[in-house]
Ligand binder design. Structure first.
Ligand code: GDP
Ligand code: IMO
Ligand code: MG
Length: 426
């Protein structure tokens, strides 16, 4: 029988605190697997005086004895991966046979990154605000069926041909359309051959590996990156990332049957943030937003960009519960709201006389909506580091209860600080 495997998924626009939650729950699992995205992700884990920032590698790597897998649904920049391995080792993290890479994950090449940056520059005000890591162009190449997969790094004939073919197409586009430097296929071939040599022992058939482990009764945690509203199909398109961030992505991005996803935990920030462009109906572009940014330390882990900030949006939570079948929430950063006398929450949207309880994506994209708020009472006292629900001020308990009632989902974890130990388990 299937053991209890858990998917941990971002409910909003990313940076909800998935890294902290995965790290916190890790002890009960044997395997942690990423199923989508690449080094656009930045997952922060803190405990004691230690601070780790993970991009490609699952947060489980910080726990000795856990197997970590980069799934086939990911796009991997091998250079970034090797850098991440070295920097984690420098912090004392053991990385040997505990890190595996699916042979059918796709590679990001430097021309993907160059195209990502060049397009953003050319788009001007209409730019997406990507992380500039080449994520979108790498997924495009995958879907075009000319991608270079991780396994291709081990076959020099195939690798050479694919790189030459890609450069013959990408170089003229970079040069003629965007007036950018081009790439020498021989250098790329040499670099990627070397990456293949270094990574060879980690490359494996991901689905077969997971299937064997699940049959043995091992427990797997699926670590989501980005968030539901950044999903390529279900997010605020085109201001999204290029992968399936929702729970459906777990199945395709790791090659495991849906029945093996036993539970889904949604990670929700107690307010909202987003990086990059796109609709953000509850955004605060005033001193209150600045307060959230400062107190919440809302600056991107990958790019250092200030994150946009705003109030909690229950329509986003309900949409996310619907799309992911979320069983329970982990509510993070409650402590960031400590100083407010009043905390407005978006409860629904008015669109042409209709009330929308889920996110009215089309109306929002066309700026044709009116959010409705309910002002919750603030608690104006510190909740930092509280570890027992009963010790929370009543107004904070009410805030938690209101979210549960309105989103129709229990909150089983409340995070009151960045550290592992600053957590309420209910
Ligand atoms: P992820 O991408 O979802 O893993 O989230 P990030 O790590 O990018 O961003 C979350 C940030 O909030 C990190 O800096 C965390 O250390 C921090 N954080 C997580 N939980 C809490 C919390 O409960 N309170 C506070 N103050 N910070 C938190
Ligand atoms: P984690 O896993 C927040 C955003 C970018 C941009 C859009 C597309 O740390 O939550 P991309 O480079 O993916 O093509 O950019 O998606 N984005 C994120 N925002 N957290 C992330 O990851 C993100 N990864 C991408 O800012 O708006
Ligand atoms: Mg992040």
């Amino acid at each position: 029988m299937a053991a209890q495997n858990l998917a941990v998924i971002g409910v909003q626009w990313g940076d909800e605190g998935k890294g902290k939650i995965v790290d916190l729950l890790c002890e009960s699992f044997d395997v942690v697997a990423r199923y989508q995205g690449g080094h656009n992700a930045g997952h922060t884990v803190r405990f004691g005086d230690k601070h780790y920032s993970l991009r490609l590698i699952p947060s489980g790597i910080l726990h000795p004895g856990k197997l970590c897998l980069l799934g086939n649904g990911m796009v991997i920049d091998p250079e970034a991966l090797l850098e991440e391995i070295e920097s984690l080792r420098g912090l004392g993290v053991q990385i040997d046979s505990n890190l595996k890479i699916s042979d059918s994950a796709h590679c990001i090449l430097p021309y993907h990154k160059a195209l990502d940056l060049a397009r953003e520059e050319a788009a001007g005000a209409a730019k997406i605000g990507t992380t500039g890591r080449g994520i979108g162009p790498a997924y495009e190449t995958k879907v075009s069926r000319y991608g270079i997969r991780i396994a291709d790094l081990l076959d020099s004939e195939v690798l050479r041909e694919k790189i030459e073919f890609a450069c013959a197409e990408k170089n003229p586009v970079l040069q003629t359309v965007y007036h950018k430097p081009t790439f020498d296929p021989r250098k790329l071939f040499n670099d990627y051959t070397r990456y293949g040599e270094v990574l060879a022992e980690r490359i494996t058939n991901g689905p077969a590996l997971l299937d064997g482990l699940i049959r043995e009764g091992k427990r797997v945690m699926f670590e989501g990156a980005q968030g539901t509203m950044l999903d390529i199909d279900h997010g605020t398109y085109p201001f999204v990332t290029s992968s399936s961030t929702v729970v459906g992505g777990v199945s395709t991005g790791l090659g495991i049957a849906p029945k093996h996803i036993s539970r889904v935990m949604g990670v929700v920030k107690a307010y909202t943030t987003r990086v990059g462009g796109g609709a953000f109906p509850t955004e605060l572009i005033d001193a209150t937003g600045e307060h959230l940014r400062k107190r919440g330390n809302e600056f991107g882990t990958v790019t250092g960009r200030p994150r946009r900030t705003g109030w909690l949006d229950l329509a986003v939570l309900r949409t996310s519960v619907m799309l992911n079948g979320i069983d329970t929430f982990a509510l993070t950063k409650l402590d960031v709201l400590d100083e407010f006398a009043e905390i407005p929450v978006c409860t629904s949207y008015h669109v042409h006389g209709d009330r929308w309880k889920t996110f009215p994506a089309f109306a929002v994209a066309h700026r044709d909506y009116k959010p409705e708020y309910r002002a919750m009472k603030g608690w104006k006292t510190s909740t930092v580091g509280i570890t027992e629900f009963n010790k929370l001020p009543q107004a904070a308990k009410d805030y938690v209860g209101f979210i549960e009632d309105e989103a129709g989902c229990s909150i089983s974890i409340i995070s009151t600080g960045p550290r592992r130990e600053e957590t309420i388990l209910r």
